[in-house]
Design a protein around this ligand. Structure first.
Ligand code: ACO
Length: 332
């Protein structure tokens, strides 16, 4: 039986977004929308879009390599890969297995987690617990999405909101107590799955000529209902977590909310009573990248000096399922 480790720490952070940027103006040439509508309703100005020959595993691999370089670890140091994604390369094998091969890791443990936009936090908690209890040395925790592959470009209520990208962290162990991943709260409520879902392509409704003709292989969303739930639950779970671990909001250097809509973030800020400048906001440049949104923002927070070693970072997310959650990390 392996001994419990004192702390699981973030040893490296990396992110990757495809080079191609699509502005709202460019989108409005093919979709019945406008820069003004998208900006005022969502806060998005542009998003990165993957090339047709780039799959989610390619984005994930680039982010993983960046995180490994930042952590100064090589492929043989990695013995667990978890990829959070709702846009895997294919239903099976897992995207994590494809990443394992692409980064040249050994025959280690690798699997995907599906919790939509909350996926990175679910993966972070799973990886942390596996490192704490098991004999794994380093875990790659990746959030990666090619959301544009799930878009119905005839549905202006969804296709303007999402973008592609990936972010990753390398988790390792430390004997120092009270640092690294402090704690998480994860929640799910499957009572209303069709608030945000893809109707066909699974066992309930296998692909057929009819499902393709009906556009059932695309993301469908009840934006108004999701909005209400997100505003209610994302701020609450963040405060519940701080309460649970005994850290005050003013002790947190940076709050990283899932980047789905600037209005959701503003409501969350108002409910939490935390100054807006403590929030990392980059939705204007990336749109909603689902499971990739938090690690992409975390990488930006660290790179731009918004967070540094010793700082508390609170991450909160919500997404399809419905799922939601929060994680508190003390950077080392
Ligand atoms: N361009 C122009 N007009 C549009 C567009 C568009 N792209 N999309 C919708 N409209 C129109 C609608 O047709 C409607 O017109 P009508 O009044 O004539 O019927 C009008 O704009 C208003 O539409 P609403 O749906 O009321 O707009 P709302 O203010 O609710 O904003 C939005 C919609 C942006 C989707 C918002 O509800 C939202 O952000 N919801 C949360 C969604 C979310 O966070 N999803 C991600 C979850 S995370 C995950 O797991 C992936």
């Amino acid at each position: 039986m392996p001994a419990d480790t004192a702390s699981v720490i973030v040893k490296g952070i990396g992110a990757y977004v495809p080079a191609r940027i699509v502005t709202n103006d460019e989108l409005s040439k093919t979709v019945d929308t406008s820069d003004e509508w998208i900006r005022t309703r969502s806060g998005i100005s542009e998003r990165h879009v993957a090339d047709p020959d780039q799959a989610t595993s390619d984005l994930a691999t680039q982010a993983a390599l960046a995180a490994m370089a930042d952590a100064n670890v090589s492929p043989e140091d990695i013995d667990l890969i978890i990829v959070a994604t709702m846009s895997p390369d294919m239903a099976f094998p897992s995207t994590a297995c494809l990443v394992q091969s692409k980064i040249g890791a050994g025959c280690i443990a690798a699997f995907d987690i599906t919790a939509a936009c909350s996926g990175f936090l679910y993966a972070l908690e799973t990886g942390t617990r596996m490192l704490k209890a098991g004999d794994y040395r380093h875990a790659l925790i990746i959030g990666a999405e090619k959301m544009t592959s799930l878009m119905d470009w005839d549905d202006r209520t969804t296709c303007v909101l999402f973008g592609d990208g990936a972010g990753a962290v390398v988790l390792g162990k430390s004997d120092e107590p009270g640092t690294g991943v402090i704690d998480s709260i994860l929640r799910a409520d499957g009572e209303r799955p069709s608030l945000l879902y893809m109707p066909a392509g699974g066992s309930a409704r296998p692909a057929s000529a009819e499902t393709v003709a009906n556009h059932e292989h695309f993301l469908k969303m009840n934006g108004k209902e999701i909005f209400k739930v997100a505003v209610r639950d994302m701020g609450k779970v963040a405060l519940d977590l701080l309460d649970k671990v005994g850290v005050k909001p003013e002790e947190v250097a940076c709050f990283i909310p899932h980047q789905a809509n600037i209005r959701i973030i503003e409501s969350m800020v108002a409910r939490m009573g935390v100054p807006m400048d403590k929030f990392l906001i980059n939705i204007d440049r990336f749109g909603n990248t689902s499971a990739a949104s938090i690690p992409i923002a975390l990488e930006e927070a660290r790179r731009t000096g918004k967070v540094k070693s010793g700082d508390y970072v609170l991450m909160a997310a919500f997404g399809a399922g419905l799922t939601w959650g929060a994680s508190l990390v003390k950077l080392t």
